[in-house]
Design a protein around this ligand. Structure first.
Ligand code: PMV
Length: 346
């Protein structure tokens, strides 16, 4: 008997960065992210539970992609503890992204969260559980997604997610992300993110290698304290729409710290490109000249996320078309926004 499940799951962009881990994708500091909408993975998982030997097929945009298989195999092996049927199952994954692979946009968060959703759904079918999709169900999915890729655990919640233990936030955990929507002003529910693709090349250093380099960094514990302090400051700034200066200061500082950490290690590396630096200067100039509260954040790569309130969407689009597009590889950018989290595909 073949069981199947299909889910669409978004990418997310961290405002407070997770950089440094221990154990099985346990974070050294809390992180806080916007869940995106346009950048997502649509996945269909088909499983024959009693096939005999484990067997995995992975299709990406309809064609086999053997290069993705090793990472998924590691994840499925970790998942055997939670879903023993995986040991003898034939698994077929049919996955596609709304954003081009190799556009330098992290796809592991959307892909691994989509896979965790499909697996949990199939596990429920195998165990004939009532499929009540309640708060506990989402935390379970978030925990599984974390085993695939740390940041993926934040993609399962609408609007914002907090991952990592924070004293005084009793629901917070290192094991999974918790929803962070009710805690913020509705003004942020509609925030915009224009992703400027400065380079579409594969990253020269993977995030796994980057996390590992934090182990030898003399400044690591200072960074983790700073990230914790910034998380609190950002949580407070997100409570109303009139603390945008503080919101901007923290977002940009976190992005710059992430890249500074890469440059400060014993084996330094640099993922920003000349275009990244030019855009950062353009953002500072534009904000000063127009008073439009647009700021930037960066992922582990050269591409720049412009974050701004929805009411400035037309102004920002004009500025991108007139000025910033020259820094984008092949003029490529994506207009994304804060989104409502994963959805089952029927
Ligand atoms: O989930 P990973 O292991 O790919 O690490 C992601 C790290 C950053 O994207 C740089 C920051 C973050 O919190 O998402």
């Amino acid at each position: 008997m073949t069981l199947s499940s299909s889910w669409r799951s978004p990418s997310n962009i961290a405002l407070i960065k997770y950089w440094g881990k221990h154990g099985v994708q346990l974070p050294q500091n809390p992180s806080l992210s916007f869940t995106l909408e346009a950048c997502h993975t649509a996945m269909k998982l088909s499983v024959i539970p009693e096939k005999g030997d484990q067997d995995l097929t992975f299709l990406y945009q309809g064609s086999p992609r053997p290069s993705f298989v090793p990472k998924i195999k590691v994840f499925l092996e970790l998942m055997e503890e939670h879903m023993p049927w995986l040991r003898h199952a034939s698994v077929e994954i049919d996955s596609s992204n709304t954003f081009p692979h190799g556009a330098g946009i992290a796809s592991s968060a959307s892909a691994m969260s989509a896979l965790a959703l499909c697996l949990t759904d199939i596990d429920d079918q195998i165990n004939a559980r009532q499929s009540t999709i309640d708060g506990a169900w989402w935390l379970r999915v978030s925990q599984y997604a974390r085993l695939g890729s740390g940041s993926a655990c934040r993609s399962v919640h609408p609007v914002m997610a907090l991952w990592g233990q924070l004293t005084r936030v009793t629901k917070s955990s290192d094991e999974y992300a918790v929803p962070w929507k009710e805690e913020i002003a509705p003004f942020f529910h509609d925030y915009r993110d224009t992703i400027l693709v400065v380079s579409a090349a594969e990253k020269s250093v993977s995030s796994t290698a980057g996390h590992a380099l934090m182990r030898d960094l003399p400044y690591a514990s200072t960074r983790y304290d700073e990230a914790r302090a910034n998380t609190w400051k950002l949580i407070n700034a997100l409570r109303s729409s009139d603390q945008l200066d503080e919101f901007i200061r923290i977002c940009e500082s976190e992005a710059l710290q992430l890249h500074a950490l890469m440059m400060m290690g014993r084996s330094p590396f640099m993922l920003i490109a000349p275009g990244t630096v030019s855009i950062i200067h353009e953002v500072w100039r534009y904000r000063k000249e127009t008073n439009i509260p647009v700021c930037f954040t960066l992922d582990a790569g050269p591409n720049v996320h412009l974050l701004y309130p929805a009411q400035y969407a037309d102004d920002v689009r004009r500025w991108v078309d007139e000025v910033l597009i020259r820094y984008c590889a092949n003029g490529f950018f994506i207009e994304d926004r804060v989104g409502n989290g994963p959805e089952r595909i029927l």
